[in-house]
Ligand binder design. Structure first.
Ligand SMILES: NC(=O)c1ccc[n+]([C@@H]2O[C@H](COP(=O)([O-])OP(=O)(O)OC[C@H]3O[C@@H](n4cnc5c(N)ncnc54)[C@H](O)[C@@H]3O)[C@@H](O)[C@H]2O)c1
Length: 267
């Protein structure tokens, strides 16, 4: 296999949950550029439409699945619908997320449960995808974790600017990292590789909470100071890592958490 073939996803089907989002839309595009038929599975219909328009205008093969995939029933239905339409499934990227922001002293049982629905969906979409992948000799699953699944935040980064990144989010991401390793070990016999990409700070200036907050620039500066590379990340910087883990280029890699964080978790 030459290097181009190593990174090729030609004739393969990929599903990206949260695939119309800030980072997910870049992952969707990268996998489509590599030749995959990409399904953008996301609850945000306008963003799915925009994403599909961009991909199709470039001659890439992309379809949408619009709905809430963060429940047991819908997560499984989404995979079944796509597999029924395409006859196969090679790559699953679990990128969709939801959480509630509340201070540590106020976090409730329900807040924790709410955030864990996203982690649970990672598991059930993967279970359902594996049923399809086994029929065709294997596949690749990529779960999107977070640097905050490995380390917690510095309180002074958030102080007086924005609410701290909440504990239910971080606990759920730690669960995603651990489940990645578990799935990798037990599905290896099926030739299914499971890895995680763990983003560092990639703040989205378009998010309402930020764009109305004049402190956004200060927040970015504080995050940058805590990052060895001296800056925050951009969503296009997830294209390479996602394609690497989705393709034969990473054929001997499974159960790994790839930190794409500018070095944040290294010091
Ligand atoms: N941006 C960062 O700084 C950062 C840092 C660490 C980890 N991450 C992780 O990266 C991933 C992408 O984050 P992002 O910054 O692009 O966020 P985002 O909000 O832009 O993307 C999340 C996507 O998930 C979709 N989604 C939410 N609930 C859904 C549901 N119930 N069903 C289907 N789709 C649903 C949203 O519509 C959105 O398109 C997430 O898993 C996030 O936790 C992001």
């Amino acid at each position: 296999m030459n290097t181009n073939e190593l990174f090729s996803l030609k004739n393969q089907v990929a599903v990206v949950t949260g695939g119309a989002g800030w980072i997910g839309s870049h992952i969707s595009e990268a996998l489509a550029e590599a030749g995959a038929h990409v399904y953008v599975a996301d609850i945000n219909e306008p963003n799915v439409t925009t994403c599909l328009e961009r991909l199709r205008s470039r001659g890439l093969k992309a379809d949408g699945w619009i709905g809430d995939i963060l429940t047991d029933k819908t997560a499984r239905a989404m995979i079944d619908d796509i597999a029924a339409a395409t006859g196969r499934l090679d790559v699953l990227v679990n990128c969709a997320v939801k959480t509630k922001s509340s201070a540590l002293d106020d976090v409730s049982f329900d807040d924790l449960q709410f955030s864990f629905e996203a982690a649970s969906a990672c598991l059930v979409t993967a279970q359902q995808a594996v049923l399809e992948m086994r029929k065709h000799g294997g596949g690749r699953i990529i779960n999107i974790g977070s640097m905050y699944g490995q380390v917690t935040g510095y309180p002074d980064v958030y102080k007086d600017l924005v609410p701290p990144n909440p504990i239910p989010y971080q606990a759920a991401k730690a669960a995603v990292h651990h489940m990645t390793k578990y799935m990798a070990v037990y599905w290896a016999k099926d030739n299914i590789r499971v890895n995680a990409i763990s983003p560092g700070p990639v703040p989205n200036p378009g998010k309402t909470a930020y764009s109305v907050n004049p402190a956004f620039q200060t927040f970015v500066e504080r995050l940058s100071q805590r990052t060895p590379l001296g800056r925050v990340g951009t969503p296009d910087e997830f294209r390479g890592p996602a394609l690497f883990l989705a393709s034969a280029a990473s054929s001997f890699i499974t159960g790994q958490i790839l930190f794409v964080d500018g070095g944040w978790t290294s010091w």
